[in-house]
Design a protein around this ligand. Structure first.
Ligand code: NAD
Ligand code: MG
Length: 384
């Protein structure tokens, strides 16, 4: 693909949105931002529109009266307008940086239109992996993984013959409570959970990292992206977050990808693929001793990871129910309605009580997603 690449960035005001803007600023001659979306942060969207002169801005919520956009910018709203922006014929690349299952419909719309999709939103693959992969196959659209571990696997696979990947391991820092006594975990407050030792991220994924639900979601994401069965997908605790993933090929040789724990590396790799230009940040210092320690996770400390692995093995709608109940439970934890330890209990009970069924279309999927959220909310009310 030639330069400049025209880019639509959905979820521009979040943490991934900010990291993406840093990559775009660095490579203005190669990446041209033409459309952005956000849930409600009108002030931030306005400043992005002014800085980059974007043509279209989508807001989910009505902006305040004093909201101002450049004259060249069109303000759009409503669900269909978001899908139209994702499928906009002007765009070469659509970056999905929306948080949660809300990212699924725009991801499908962009793939349906044959766009290159840079996918940060892991939840879309967790809830609708089959629909997403089938749409990409049918239209020939490419999915370029931007989640750091998946981008690491993607980089390790470049130039390798098809069907030679044997297994992979995604690394995890273990979060801020890696060394806490397990019995103290129920006392964790939202403020403590929102302080990740290595990464700066949005609130939902930061809590997911503390419970390791995040790594569970990422295993399911990896299953769809790299077509490996559950027994070939592994997790390793690696506290410094310098190695992001390790792949092993059929002949027993392994490759790992390393970079500092900053999302600009993965995002730049996906946005400028297959080219490599100077990065936004310095790479790792190879002359400084590297901590390359890895250990398997203790599933008793991380029950959310165990539940995600069970859902991955079970297939059907279990990953969708896992995701929906996790989203509800994390929101309830962040608003002080439930304790940290309740997050896994809510997911566990929702998975057990849910009437599991298969689904074929986005419409059927959304019905199940809604049901799972209603059930999870009723369980949250019981403990709050
Ligand atoms: P965030 O909360 O910081 O930002 C989310 C963005 O999505 C915001 O722009 C917000 O306005 C928008 N948004 C929220 N709800 C929406 C809705 N219902 N409809 C449309 N837009 C909505 O989140 P984040 O940390 O940037 O994460 C975004 C996605 O990227 C998540 O799926 C996360 O798992 C994934 N991811 C994040 C990181 C990271 O370092 N932050 C790393 C890997 C993957
Ligand atoms: Mg990740």
């Amino acid at each position: 693909m030639s330069y400049p690449r025209k880019l639509v960035l959905l979820g521009a005001t979040g943490s991934i949105g900010e990291s993406s803007l840093r990559v775009i600023r660095k490579h203005r001659d190669k990446l041209q931002l033409i459309g952005v979306s956000a849930f409600k942060n009108a002030a931030k969207v306005s400043s992005i529109a002014h800085e980059f002169g974007v043509s279209k801005v989508h807001l989910c919520q009505t902006p305040p009266e004093n909201f101002q956009l450049p004259q060249v910018t069109e303000l759009i709203s409503g669900h269909q307008a978001l899908l139209d922006l994702a499928a906009w014929e002007e765009a070469d690349i659509v970056l999905i940086a929306v948080v949660g299952a809300a990212g699924l419909a725009p991801t499908l719309a962009a793939l349906e239109a044959g766009k290159d999709v840079v996918l940060a939103n892991k939840e879309s693959l967790v809830v609708g992996g089959e629909l997403v992969m089938e749409t990409a196959r049918r239209t020939g659209a490419r999915i370029l993984p931007a989640d750091s571990e998946h981008n690491a696997v993607f980089q390790c696979l470049q130039g390798q013959p098809d069907k030679t990947l044997e297994s992979l391991a995604l690394t995890a820092s273990g979060g801020p409570f890696r060394d806490w006594p397990v019995e103290k975990l129920n006392q964790v407050t939202p403020e403590q959970a929102l302080k990740h030792p290595n990464w700066v991220m949005g609130p939902k994924i930061t809590v997911d990292s503390a419970t390791m639900a995040n790594k569970g979601l990422e295993l399911i994401e990896a299953k769809w992206l790299f077509e490996l069965p559950p027994e070939k997908l592994h997790v390793l605790i690696h506290p410094p977050s310098v190695v992001h993933a390790i792949v092993q090929f059929k002949d027993g040789c392994s490759f790992a990808q390393m970079s500092p724990p900053c999302m600009t590396f993965a995002l730049q790799n996906a946005l400028l693929y297959p080219d490599r230009f100077e990065g936004v940040e310095e790479g790792i210092d190879l002359c400084n001793s590297l901590d390359l320690s890895f250990s398997p996770p203790d599933l008793c400390r991380y029950p959310c990871l165990k539940l995600a692995i069970d859902a991955l093995v079970e297939k059907g709608c279990a990953p969708l129910v896992f995701n929906a109940s996790n989203e509800m439970a994390v929101e309830a934890f962040l608003s002080n309605r439930i304790g940290f330890g309740d997050i896994s209990n809510i997911i566990d009970r929702t998975l057990n009580l849910f009437e599991h069924r298969s689904f074929k279309s986005l419409e059927e999927l959304l019905i199940l997603d809604n049901e799972a959220r209603t059930l999870a909310e009723s369980l949250i009310v019981q403990v709050s």
